[in-house]
Structures are given as C-alpha cells and as structure tokens.
Ligand binder design. Structure first.
Ligand SMILES: CCCCC/C=C\C/C=C\C/C=C\C/C=C\CCCC(=O)SCCNC(=O)CCNC(=O)[C@H](O)C(C)(C)COP(=O)(O)OP(=O)(O)OC[C@H]1O[C@@H](n2cnc3c(N)ncnc32)[C@H](O)[C@@H]1OP(=O)(O)O
Length: 214
C-alpha cells in the first residue's frame, strides 16, 4: 500500500513536471519574437512531443472533460495544498499546462493563496486580464466552499476591479465562505499586492439539489 502511494506520488511528480514545462513553453511562445528558422525548428520539436504523447490519450467516459479529483490515486486534496482537489482544472490544476502557478491552502475557516501571472495572462499593459482574474476568483471562492464542507455551482460571481493587478509579481489570494442559507453558499474574496486590494469578489454558489437529498 505504502509502495503504491510512493509510486503514485512519483507519477504525479512527473506529470506535474511535464505540465510545468509545457506552461513555460506557452510563456516562451507568447513572449518571444524568434526568427523563422527557430520557429520552424520549435514546431518540429513540438510535433515530435505530440506524436509521442498521442498513443496515451486516456480512454473512458469523462476523461476528456474531468477536472475534479475523485479516486485518482495520489490525487486527494490536502489542507496545505487545495489545488489537489482539482488537478486538471484550467485555473489551478497542476496537471493542466494552461493553469497559472497558483498555490492555495487552508487557514482556519479561510482560504489563502498566492499566484504570479506571467504575460501569458496579460490583459491591459503590464496587468492581468480581467477574465483571468474572474476565473481565479471562481476557483478561490469555490475552495472556500469546499473547506467549509460544501461545494456548489457558481450561480453569480461579481468582481470589483479596484486597480490593475500586475504581472510578474506575487498576488496574495484570500477567500471565505461567509454564510450558507439552504442550498445557497455566499462567499467573498480578495486579491492583494503588497497588502493593497487590487480586486475583490462576491459569489453566490448553489449546491446541487441531489447532494442535498442524499
Ligand atoms: C464544478 C463543481 C460543482 C460542484 C459539484 C459538487 C461537488 C463536487 C466536489 C468538489 C468540487 C470542488 C471544487 C469546485 C471548484 C471549482 C469549480 C468552479 C465552479 C464552476 O465553475 S461551476 C460552472 C459555472 N456554473 C454553472 O455552470 C451553473 C449552471 N447553472 C445550473 O446548473 C443551475 O442553474 C444551478 C445548479 C446553479 C441552479 O439550478 P437549480 O435548478 O438547482 O436551482 P433552482 O432553480 O431550484 O434555484 C434554487 C435557488 O437558487 C437561486 N438561484 C438559482 N440559480 C441562481 C443563479 N444563477 N444566481 C443566483 N441565484 C440562483 C434560485 O433563485 C433559488 O432561490 P430561492 O430558493 O430563494 O428561490
């Protein structure tokens, strides 16, 4: 059993490592202005990597769309690493190369975290795209629900963009589930840079009716 867990952790390390490299590849493609010959060679390398991965596409219902960890070995969620809850998420998944490098952890009843956005996620000059900010709040507030023992679909998410959220600097993340009323989960969150709030969010999440019935 212990051996199996070690193997699963080793596999996960490899999967996370290749996804980090792919994220870095995306950043380089986004940020570099390479000459034609370099682009042509890079395309060949990428095609070779695609060819070696293609035979290993996961089979089975749901695998192409799943983002939530269920019984995947070694992929449970941990209080000091809430991203384990959704390893394939496009927002926080360490097994999804489009996700920015977010860390989220439990601090009592609250979620705290940190992220540095590369220019891959740029919107206004030197700033994070507003839609990306909304996506991160969606995930962050969802995690506040998860640690409170609930999970729900995003019903309404409202963002107040107070100042530009900069690229390439540590952004502090914070969220809390403030109250629950029947199936409704009310959450709040903030992004801060050097202690100053750049954006805040309020979300209303709805627990699935079936979950209430069970
Ligand atoms: C993705 C996970 C979802 C959770 C699944 C559960 C467990 C999974 C375990 C772990 C998950 C961990 C983490 C998840 C992390 C991140 C995921 C990010 C979250 C998302 O990215 S998620 C995608 C975007 N999201 C949607 O894709 C929702 C589409 N939508 C629907 O699926 C339905 O629309 C639904 C279910 C929302 C409601 O449908 P329904 O039939 O159950 O609700 P119903 O009509 O009975 O209303 C009951 C009361 O809620 C009020 N109400 C209804 N809808 C409202 C709304 N939108 N805003 C404000 N209030 C609303 C009514 O006004 C009424 O209020 P009242 O009782 O006071 O009259």
């Amino acid at each position: 059993m212990e051996f199996q867990q070690e193997e699963a952790a080793k596999d996960r390390d490899l999967v996370e490592a290749v996804n980090r490299e792919a994220g870095e590849l995306i950043r380089l493609l986004r940020c570099s202005q390479a000459p034609d010959q370099v682009l042509a060679t890079a395309t060949e390398h990428i095609q070779a990597a695609m060819k070696s991965l293609a035979p290993y596409l996961r089979q089975g219902e749901g695998w192409s769309t799943i983002s939530i960890a269920s019984d995947t070995p070694g992929l449970g969620w941990l209080e000091d690493d809430l991203t384990r809850c959704m390893p394939y998420s496009p927002v926080s998944g360490t097994c999804n190369p489009v996700a920015p490098p977010i860390r989220m952890w439990r601090d009592g009843d609250e979620v705290r975290g940190e992220v540095v956005f590369s220019p891959t996620y740029a919107g206004p000059p030197n700033s994070v795209h507003g839609g990306i900010i909304a996506a991160v709040f969606d995930e962050l507030l969802s995690m506040a629900n998860v640690i409170s023992g609930n999970a729900g679909f995003t019903g309404t998410l409202s963002i107040r963009y107070q100042r530009h959220t900069p690229l390439d600097r540590p952004i502090e993340l914070w969220a809390v589930n403030e109250r629950t009323s029947g199936r409704k989960l009310f959450c709040r969150g903030e992004m801060r840079v050097d202690g100053q709030v750049t954006a805040s969010a309020e979300g209303l999440f709805i627990r699935p009716a079936t979950q209430m019935d069970s």
